[in-house]
Each structure stands twice: as C-alpha cells, then as structure tokens.
Design a protein around this ligand. Structure first.
Ligand code: FES
Ligand code: FES
Length: 159
C-alpha cells in the first residue's frame, strides 16, 4: 500500500507523519500518536465513540482516511483540559453524574464541545440532536444533557 505524507495540527501541536494511505484517522490517533481517548466501538460511524473535532466539526474518526486530515486542525478529548484544569464540560460531566463506564464519554464531550463552539446557547432539543449520534449504554442521557446545559450557562455567564 502506498505511503503518504500528512501534516495537521492536533491539540495545538503540529504533527507530520508518513503512513499507509488506507489507515483511518482513528488508527493514527490511537496507535501512532498515543491519543487513546477516542474509542473504537462500531467502526462504521454508528456509535460516536471515536468522535473528534476536525476543522470545527464533530466527525467520526473511524470514517476519516488519514489523507483527509491533511492540513486540518484537530481537537481530541486530550486537548480539552488546560494542564491540570479540566474543561468546564469535563467538570460538569463529573459533577452531574454523566459518566458511568466512560466508554462513550470522549465522543460525547467532543460532540458537545463542537456544539458549544458553534452555538453557545443551545436549547435542550439542539443538545439532544447533537448527541443523537453518540450512543451511551449506561447513563440514560439525562445527566449528559444537564451537564451540557449547565456548561453553556456557565460559559455565557463568564462572558
Ligand atoms: S467507532 Fe466510529 S462511530 Fe463507532
Ligand atoms: S457511560 Fe458507559 S457507555 Fe456511556
């Protein structure tokens, strides 16, 4: 398989690598860059566990060929906290009991993060639509929706 050179900015750092063209962004994140926050659930774009933010959009990294990431700006769950300080979404997920087994949570966080970047005051319906592509077998979603709502309120109060 042909190798290609790709470069992109990930969590604020420029990365350049050579890799087989048929690898997915998810593989490169987890295997080459050690960013194991994005999880592999279904591998076919159904569960959302692999969600990352690419050029401002929440995407399923299991469906992105590495060449499609060339020149992109990517944020993964590892890029949310500032040092030891959790992102308000992470803090509120914890405080509102929105995390149980945790498998879906990196994807939930990244979908919610992309939403709040684009729409700082989402209503409940919008939050539900946003995370509709992120499956959670544990929490029942209510606490997750609450955590996103509270984060939006807090971020708006800070402005
Ligand atoms: S692993 Fe990508 S959507 Fe399920
Ligand atoms: S917390 Fe377990 S799948 Fe969501």
């Amino acid at each position: 398989m042909k190798e290609i050179s790709v470069q992109f900015k990930i969590n604020g750092q420029q990365v350049k690598l050579k890799t087989r063209a048929n690898r997915r962004l998810l593989d490169v994140l987890r295997e080459d860059l050690g960013l194991t926050g994005a999880k592999e659930g279904c591998s076919v774009g159904e569960c959302g566990a692999c969600t990352v933010v690419l050029n401002g959009q929440a995407v399923h990294s299991c469906l992105i060929l590495i060449g499609q990431a060339d020149g992109a700006e990517i944020t993964t769950v590892e890029g949310l906290a500032k040092g030891q300080e959790l992102h308000p979404l992470q803090k509120n997920f914890l405080e509102h009991g929105a995390v149980q087994c945790g498998f879906c949570i990196p994807g939930m966080l990244m979908s919610s993060y992309a939403l709040l970047q684009e729409n700082p005051k989402p209503d409940e319906e919008t939050i539900k639509e946003t995370i509709a592509g992120n499956l959670c077998r544990c929490t029942g979603y209510k606490q997750i929706i609450e955590a996103v709502e509270v984060t939006a309120q807090e971020l708006n109060e800070e402005k």
